[in-house]
Each structure stands twice: as structure tokens, then as C-alpha cells.
Design a protein around this ligand. Structure first.
Ligand SMILES: [Zn+2]
Length: 65
């Protein structure tokens, strides 16, 4: 049904604290299939869940867009 293979992005930057967050493969695939699937991501540096709007992918694209 969906033959288009999208690259799975697994590194995101939490913009407010400027740290890189590594997503587990399953979580990264969830985002690849449905970017709006999750409202928050865990930032290790902040040690708390933060809204995905505060994150951008390593390639500069906003998470959830
Ligand atoms: Zn952070």
C-alpha cells in the first residue's frame, strides 16, 4: 500500500537547550509513519517530557511538520 520508503530520522535537536536527542528506532518509525502521532518527546538534557514543537530534526525540519 505504501511503497514509498521514507528515511527514518532518529536524531532530533531540542532547540531550547540545544541538545541532541536520539530516538529509539520504533519511535523514529512512528514519527516517520505519522509525524503527529505523539505530542511530547523526552529530552535527556532537560530530564522531562517536552512538546514536540520544541524539537527539530538534525536536517533542520521541525518535528511534527
Ligand atoms: Zn532539552
Amino acid at each position: 500500500m505504501d511503497d514509498f520508503v521514507r528515511p527514518v530520522r532518529s536524531l532530533a535537536r531540542h532547540t531550547p537547550c540545544d541538545s541532541i536527542v536520539a530516538l529509539g528506532r520504533s519511535l523514529a518509525e512512528d514519527f516517520a509513519h505519522d509525524p503527529r502521532a505523539m505530542a511530547t518527546m523526552f529530552c535527556v538534557h532537560c530530564n522531562r517530557e517536552r512538546p514536540v514543537e520544541e524539537f527539530s530534526w538534525a536536517d533542520g525540519q521541525a518535528v511534527g511538520s
